[in-house]
Write a protein that binds this ligand. Structure first.
Ligand code: MN
Length: 564
């Protein structure tokens, strides 16, 4: 158990919090036999290392105290003040958030409300989850998988949404072996050699790049080989039919330079050395990813004509990419303590950078930490909402979404046949704008079809597309039924290596030609969609096929439609 970092801070507040936690957890043990205090200490250390303020670190030390001892939130308020009490209370509510299917929705709703009021609640909770995942092997086996699933499905995406890439990736990697043990073993076994080979190769390229950059007076802060994380690699492999040769960023070269100008200059140097692969250059500096990720990515035909992915960014971008929103607290602290501006000096076209712009808006608003927090609360979650099905599944939608978007997210048939909605038990118009925490129930009517008017208010492109195609289909039906030319199957499946092969074998064995086949994985989910188009065939034949497909392990749902 390390308290060295804590002692180094010399904070009477943190020392007091530590003493209270130590006493509250006295005699208590973790599953692995460690004294319980090891856990809050580890959580607090992570929170501290992410650069959060003293109150957050104190709340992290105290986060399990109310749950595990006779100390109440009121006691904490008296001892430590309103802010720490608020954070601890927010964290105390968050016990036992299970995966959406088995959970108490009330709990999750409270969680969302707590962290949308103050993001530090979520960040501390993520630190808590990280330590629990790191010690997951000590939990009883039946709880491991549930816990890991919850981590991959709720916490890792939340960390990603916060821009905390490193944490998000780490949480997924910790969960991976528990969720897909066989696939994990397969992957480790499969990539080990390739990883090493690629790393060797990147090390060979490194000095060449350093020399070329030096020739243009660019001295990088760091150049290293970045290995792709296992879980994200696995999800990418599923999209590429498990073909490792198609993964160009298994090991990427990462160059960290001082300024944005140097990013583009370094890119020029590299493109002058080796030809870039067409269509692979991505300027996430000019157009950051929605979660704020900034970097230049390019893929070149490097020495021996081998493919190499290169990522170029500044130190600030790198830290932000890894730490996300937590980095802003860190910057704020550094600014206060040393007057050294680590912010956005050297960024030339500030106005063009979305993430910077957002930050500037926040900066304008905040004279204090408190004001900054408020800005974050409003701005950061304004673009997504979390709503609930009557079965307490969480559905994540863009802000401004309506019950129709919700219905299509659940299932196209539900979308197509929806006639009304009950939101929190009340009948609501279909163009009602949903809010986080709403419980949404869709009322359907058989044979009902979408109308043109829906296109005025649907928010998601997914719903828009489906409404349009339903309208078109309807029109075609009115014109008269042409004989179908083809039939298209859609198979929703749990991502599993070899799944595609099993499916295509069914078609081959039934002597049915496949005209067209695609497989798509939503990179945020563990499901993938396989689409197979074949020449038109009789209904009984289709039904036989569907029965066979349903027997393939991993199949979740099979649907088909005729193409005319
Ligand atoms: Mn805990």
């Amino acid at each position: 158990m390390s308290t060295a970092w804590l002692e180094k801070i010399h904070s009477p507040l943190l020392e007091k919090a530590y003493e209270v936690a130590l006493k509250a957890h006295e005699g208590e043990q973790r599953m692995n036999g460690d004294p319980y205090i090891v856990h809050p200490l580890a959580v607090a250390e992570a929170v501290h290392s992410w650069g959060l303020d003293e109150n957050s670190v104190a709340a992290a030390l105290l986060h399990d105290v109310v749950e595990d001892s006779s100390i109440t939130v009121e006691d904490i308020r008296k001892e430590f003040g309103d802010e720490i009490a608020f954070l601890v209370q927010g964290l105390t509510k968050l016990q036992n958030i299970a995966i959406p299917k088995n959970q108490d929705a009330e709990n999750l709703r409270k969680f969302i409300i707590a962290f949308s009021e103050d993001l530090r609640v979520l960040i501390i909770k993520l630190a808590d989850r990280l330590h629990n995942m790191r010690t997951l092997q000590f939990l009883p086996e039946e709880r491991q998988k549930l816990f890991a699933l919850e981590t991959a499905e709720i916490y890792a995406p939340l960390a990603y949404r916060l821009g905390m890439q490193k944490l998000s990736g780490e949480l997924e990697d910790l969960a991976f072996p528990y969720i897909h043990p066989e696939e994990y073993q397969w992957l480790i076994h499969e990539v080990k050699e390739t990883y090493e080979e690629r790393q060797e190769y990147v090390r060979k390229v490194l000095p060449l790049i350093e020399k070329a950059l030096a020739g243009h007076h660019i001295k990088p802060i760091a150049i290293d080989a970045r290995a792709k994380r296992y879980f994200s690699l696995y999800k990418k492999l599923l999209r590429h039919n498990m073909n490792l040769n198609e993964i160009h960023d298994l090991v990427a070269l990462r160059i960290i330079v001082k300024t944005v100008e140097e990013c583009y200059a370094a890119l020029g140097v590299i493109h002058a050395m080796w030809p870039p692969m067409p269509g692979r250059f991505k300027d996430y500096i000019a157009r950051p990813k929605p979660n704020g990720y900034r970097s230049l990515h390019t893929t070149v035909f490097c020495i021996d004509n081998k493919i190499l992915e290169v990522q170029i960014k500044t130190k600030e971008m790198h830290e932000e990419n890894e730490l996300g929103i937590a980095a802003h607290w860190a910057y704020e602290q550094v600014k206060k303590s040393s007057q050294k501006l680590m912010g956005w000096k050297g960024v030339k076209n500030k106005k063009e950078l979305m993430w910077v712009q957002q930050l500037q808006n926040w900066q304008k608003k905040f004279a204090s930490q408190e004001e900054f927090l408020n800005a974050v609360k409003v701005d950061f979650f304004k673009d997504r909402i979390f709503v609930f099905t009557p079965h307490n599944d969480v559905i994540d939608l863009p802000a401004g979404s309506t019950p129709v978007d919700f219905a299509y997210r659940i299932h196209s048939q539900i979308g197509d046949s929806c006639v009304g909605a009950r939101v929190n038990g009340k009948i609501t118009p279909l163009d009602y704008e949903l809010k986080s925490g709403d419980v949404v129930e869709i009322v359907t009517q058989k044979g009902k079809k979408p109308t043109e008017g829906w296109l005025r208010f649907v928010k998601t492109s997914e719903a828009r597309k489906k409404v349009k195609s339903a309208i078109n289909e309807n029109e075609r039906k009115l014109i008269g039924k042409a004989a179908p030319k083809a039939v298209e199957f859609k198979v929703v499946n749990a991502d599993r290596p070899g799944f595609l092969k099993d499916i295509t074998e069914i078609f081959a064995n039934s002597k049915i030609n496949i005209i067209y086949l695609t497989s798509e994985t939503d990179h945020r989910s563990t499901f993938s969609n396989v689409t197979i188009r074949c020449p038109a065939m009789s209904q009984p034949k289709i039904e036989t096929l569907i029965v066979k497909i349903k027997r393939v392990p991993g199949t979740k749902e099979v649907s088909y439609k005729f193409l005319r």
